[in-house]
Design a binder for this molecule. Structure first.
Ligand SMILES: Nc1ncnc2c1ncn2[C@@H]1O[C@H](COP(=O)(O)OP(=O)(O)OP(=O)(O)O)[C@@H](O)[C@H]1O
Ligand SMILES: [Mg+2]
Length: 365
């Protein structure tokens, strides 16, 4: 039974603020993901939970116990690092067995446990090898096995799948997430890969410049991004953004993006006006929700664009549409035929769009 609570954690490295006031609560048995771009402060947060770095200010609790100043060996956490740290002179078997030997487990039990976890991570054939005889991905799996075998209070995993090839990674994603549910160990998992985060996390904290942007369940993050950053970071291909202004002309209301206008009814216009800090907004449309047609529809909310590139991916095709110097992406049926330079019409459905305040960068509907 361990929950983890971070209270207003700040970490400065001289003039760099790596973590800038992070408060989080990770529930007992939860698979919690820290997701963010490179340099956003994810590893620093994890190191603070592990006790490898002291925070500049703020506190860490495991359940109701204050652990901010407890050394790592007293925290009973197992960490897998971004760069795998194996004992170079030991075989994979001995590396994995090490934490059990330290705890004086009987020999037979050590053998059984090591083989069980090796089976799970598909590394049985590597058990007699030393780290220099293994590839990066193989070493990473051995490091994972070593963390799993000792059944700690908390798992801290820092991009443990980053060196593994794409196919094995997809397999390992599901295995790890299943394993965590079976072991019921509170887990904090760091990644910059949104697919990994969405597929594995019970909840995800999106981190940007040392701050928490949003904490939510995977689908909620995708469907209701709270900020422009989250909207642009989650989802592939990324959301299209159109700068626009909120306008009224007599009894007509619309969002004006310059090269197209989206009509609004009066009620919605009033909602936007009351929630926004000004007229400057950003309309966000996911590529799947940007509808491509050959002909201009009779209604507003559409713009003409030139087909700039076509990416057939098998299950879907991504059209890159050019307007002036901007490229927008639309997902179309896999058998959609388009030639480069061809003119098409892209249509916006307000019911499938997101609207942000350009000044605060926060979602307003
Ligand atoms: N020991 C250190 N000394 C000085 N600056 C550091 C140190 N560790 C991290 N930083 C800085 O703190 C910021 C956050 O780094 P951190 O390693 O936490 O990012 P990250 O989100 O894990 O990135 P990545 O995805 O690339 O691993 C970065 O600007 C980094 O340069
Ligand atoms: Mg990192």
């Amino acid at each position: 039974m361990v929950s983890v609570r971070l209270e207003n954690i700040v970490k400065k490295f001289r003039d760099v603020v790596a973590v800038n006031g992070v408060s989080l609560e990770i529930k007992d048995k939860e698979f919690f993901v820290l997701l963010g771009p490179s340099g956003s402060g994810k590893s620093t947060i994890l190191n603070i939970v592990a006790g490898l770095e002291p925070p500049t200010s703020g506190d860490v609790y495991f359940d109701d116990d204050l652990v901010t100043h407890l050394p790592p060996e007293k925290r009973d956490v197992a960490m897998v690092f971004q760069t795998y740290a194996l004992y170079p002179h030991m075989t994979a078997f001995d590396n994995i067995a090490f934490p059990l030997r330290v705890r004086k487990y009987p020999k037979e039990e050590i053998k059984r446990k090591v083989e069980e976890v090796a089976e799970m991570l598909r590394i049985k054939h590597l058990l007699h090898k030393k780290p220099y005889e293994m590839s990066g991905g193989e070493r990473q799996r051995v490091a994972l096995a070593r963390a799993i075998v000792r059944e700690p209070k908390i798992f801290l995993l820092d991009e443990p799948l980053s060196n593994i090839d794409a196919k094995l990674r997809v397999y390992m994603r599901a295995e790890l997430s299943r394993l965590q549910k079976d072991l019921k160990v509170t887990t904090i998992y760091v990644t910059h890969d949104q697919v990994e985060a969405l597929s594995m996390g019970d909840r995800i904290a999106v981190i940007h410049q040392g701050k928490v942007m949003q904490i939510d369940e995977p689908l909620k993050l995708f469907k209701k991004p709270a900020t422009l950053f989250v909207a642009g970071f989650i989802g592939s291909p990324p959301m299209n953004f159109f700068n626009c202004t909120l306008e009224e002309e007599g009894d007509k209301y619309f969002l004006d993006a310059g090269f197209f206008k989206v009509p609004l009814d009066e009620e919605f216009f009033n909602t936007l006006r009351s929630r926004a800090t000004g007229k400057e907004l950003v309309l966000g449309v996911r590529p799947k929700d940007l509808i491509v047609r050959r002909e201009r529809p009779p209604t507003d909310g559409a713009f003409e664009a030139e087909v700039y590139a076509v990416e057939p991916l098998g299950t879907e095709t991504i059209l890159n549409l050019r307007v002036d110097d901007n490229i927008y992406k639309a997902v179309v049926e896999p058998d959609f035929r388009a030639s480069l330079g061809e003119k098409v019409v892209a249509c916006i459905d307000l019911n499938r769009s997101h609207i942000f305040d350009r000044r605060t960068e926060r979602a307003i509907v």
